[in-house]
Write a protein that binds this ligand. Sequence first.
Ligand SMILES: *Cc1c(COP(=O)(O)O)cnc(C)c1O
Length: 408
Amino acid sequence: MKPLGPIPAGFEALDGELAISGRKASSLVEEAGRTPLFVYSKQMIAERVASLRAAMPARLKINYAIKANSFAPLLEHVAGLVDGLDIASGGELEMVQAASVGGDRVSFAGPGKRDEELEAAIAAGVTLNLESENEAQRALAIAERLGKAPRLAIRVNPDFELKGSGMKMGGGAKPFGVDAERVPALMREIVDAGCEWRGLHIFTGSQALDADALIETQANTLDLAHRMVSEAGMSLPKLNMGGGFGIPYFSGDTPLDIEKMGAALGDKLETLPDTLADAELFIELGRYIVGEAGVYLTRIIDRKESHGETYLVTDGGLHHQLAASGNFGTVVRRNYPLAIASHFGAEPAEVASVVGCLCTPLDRLADKANLPRAEVGDIVAVFCAGAYGASASPSAFLGQGPAEEMLV
Ligand SMILES: *Cc1c(COP(=O)(O)O)cnc(C)c1O
């Protein structure tokens, strides 16, 4: 038997079934017309943003990194709750434009921005988080051709990292951002070239659950911003301090203590140097905002035994749930939170592995989990499916195609 991850708070049983936003899994599946189906709860997302705002200093603004989940109705919902949106491609620019989000609320980071992407972003008034000196030159040349002052910020490759983070994005050689020691010179250069100076972006990593590590990183981020701005002799209109707030996926993971983080950041903001006194301060979060608000529902198609082990074979799989299958940035596969939605809250009665319908041993949603007895036709729920599920899985693999998605 292998443990399952913790089911996020807020999911309850209704008539013995999992309910999401007060609606039974079977009725959601009926409305969608088929499984597999992602269901995202509006209310849980709104509550998450509200609790974050309550914990953090009032001055801190919150951006949503749309790569976590860009389902159009969800994007519109989240856009109405947060201060700004972070995008990482021209495709994501089209998505925020379709959601009628003004370019002044959008910033665009990511290495390898193509000229067409830079042009579309500059034309839309989006802030470009420059990833290199070369990108700065291309952006300035395109802006000149368009006759527009580009909104430019610099993404910094910091000289420290976020300890304990699932995915490190700073410290040492990286394809992301400009090495901190070269940033002051680039700041002066782009301001002299006539850009609208939008400040700095310092992102150090993802999926951290340790408040102390994040507190230390935020303090380092503010200190580094101060050093670079002082050296350049410039002001700082805006500082995107990155994010990295994680959610519990696996057995033993505990939720991030955001009250502790908010208190520490509040103290730090009391004593900011003059260089940062007027800067708008942002954090940028993806999974923390939407991850726990999403559930993936998939139906059991077959129930079989092999050498004494039970397999529940579903109509979903890694083509929608790459991360839950253990194939998206994890070293050792561990079970995500998962339940039999048709018998939610029932006592476990057997050990079974839940697998997907793809012809590969990688396609496993739960390995040797202790579950209530489930039959063909029952619905399985994979939790923590609101981020990096549909948006980060190879849905074309084996001709399967995308899952349905619903915001309720
Ligand atoms: C992916 C990404 C995020 C969001 O990360 P989460 O772990 O989902 O919060 C934020 N900022 C940048 C620059 C990113 O690349």
